[in-house]
Design a protein around this ligand. Structure first.
Ligand code: GLP
Length: 242
């Protein structure tokens, strides 16, 4: 695991973006796993800037988002699909048919999760997955618990996670859906490269537990310790408990 600490959240995000651009340059048909949340916003901003400057061509790339709220999808305020359109998809030349986000409004969520895994398989798996981390150590929406799911599945969101996502729902955590669909830990760990971005004091404790503590399903991000190719980009605050 390669851990780098930068002087600001913006610098950490720009370093992560530089790695994404290197991978895209080396393999224009890159298959990327993508996170949502506040942490990756400056990373997406850097990718959009690079695209506008002619330094990033996404025309052959494929993306798979990590998760989506159950009941929400395209066009819904608060959906991760809407978040991705706003922060990345609308501003780069990614082919819409290759920008995959789970459809939380699918009539049959079981069929939706199976189809998602099949699409990831057909794409050859993830070359690079970019991750944020929840304050309880979740990756995507793989919440801490006695077990973890390997493949895309339905999850019940913890109250803490719903509160952390309230910003997408005018600050009202009771409007945050109670369930979500999420890529599984097996698929995330199956990515050929992992890039974890974590910034801010609120993440310091969980970053230390995930990177230096025991490997446990109670801290899903701790499983990254067994992955052979992980880079972690932190700001000073995020690294302050290491
Ligand atoms: C959500 C997402 C996660 C993300 C986490 C942290 O719960 N499902 O993928 O890592 O939020 O978000 P933030 O970056 O806003 O702290």
């Amino acid at each position: 695991m390669h851990i780098s600490t930068y002087s600001s959240a913006d610098r950490a995000a720009r370093a992560a973006a530089t790695r994404v651009l290197e991978c895209l340059g080396a393999n224009p048909a890159l298959v990327l796993g993508l996170p949502t949340g506040l942490t990756p916003v400056p990373l997406y901003r850097a990718l959009v800037r690079a695209h506008q400057a002619g330094r990033a061509d996404f025309s052959l790339a494929t993306t798979f988002n990590l998760d989506e709220f159950l009941g929400l999808g395209r066009g819904d305020a608060g959906s991760y699909r809407t978040f991705m359109e706003a922060h990345l998809f609308a501003h780069v030349n990614l082919a819409p048919r290759r920008a995959h986000v789970l459809d939380g409004r699918a009539k049959d969520w079981r069929a939706e999760v199976e189809a998602y895994d099949a699409r990831i398989r057909r794409a050859g798996g993830l070359d690079l997955v970019i991750l944020g981390i929840g304050r309880n150590g979740h990756l995507g929406f793989n919440e801490p618990g006695p077990t973890l799911a390997a493949r895309t599945h339905r999850v019940t969101l913890r109250a803490t996670t719903r509160r952390a996502n309230a910003g997408l729902f005018d600050g009202d955590w009771r409007r945050v859906p109670t369930h979500a669909l999420s890529m599984g830990i097996g698929t995330i760990l199956g990515a050929r490269e992992v890039l974890l971005l974590a910034t801010g004091r609120s993440k310091a404790r969980i970053v230390a537990r995930a990177l230096r503590g025991p490997i446990t399903t109670r801290v899903p991000a701790s499983l990254l310790q067994v992955h052979p190719n992980v880079s972690v980009c932190l700001d000073r605050e995020g690294a302050s408990a290491l």
